[in-house]
Ligand binder design. Structure first.
Ligand code: CO
Length: 134
């Protein structure tokens, strides 16, 4: 069902420092910061030859990243995103196998303007999983 790894999202307490680490230490191509108010994050995209890394920082008061950083002060992997062809078909197939879809189960528009859903980390090896329809 799942296809390519679209991105790995890393929550960071200091976005400028994290961007500098990826650009200057690891030698990666990094974007300017983008504010995504609907998602409560400011994000920097790190472009790798085969996938992307997203550096996430809280934006606004109800950011989903804030609680994660409270528990992981140095930052850490927040989620992985896998591509699917048909997000509603994927959702229904996963729900039929007992997986929990977060929120109301309806796809939202993600950071790349495509429909996304999130799956409960307890059902997937302790890792929050994002599905993106490509
Ligand atoms: Co993501």
């Amino acid at each position: 069902m799942i296809g390519r790894l679209n991105h790995v999202a890393i929550a960071v307490p200091d976005l400028a420092a994290a961007t500098a680490t990826y650009r200057d230490v690891l030698g990666a191509r990094v974007s300017d910061p983008h504010d995504l108010p609907d998602h409560g994050v400011r994000v920097v995209f790190v472009e790798l030859p085969n996938t992307k890394i997203e550096l996430l920082h809280p934006l606004g008061e109800n950011s989903p990243i804030a609680g994660f950083l409270d528990k992981n002060a140095a930052g850490g992997i927040h989620h992985v995103c896998y591509e699917v062809d048909d997000i509603r078909a994927a959702r229904d197939a996963l729900a039929a196998k007992g997986a929990r879809v977060l929120g109301d189960g309806e796809p939202r528009t993600g950071a790349h303007g495509k429909p996304v859903l999130f799956l409960h980390p307890k059902d997937f090896c302790g890792t929050l999983v994002e599905l993106e329809q490509v």
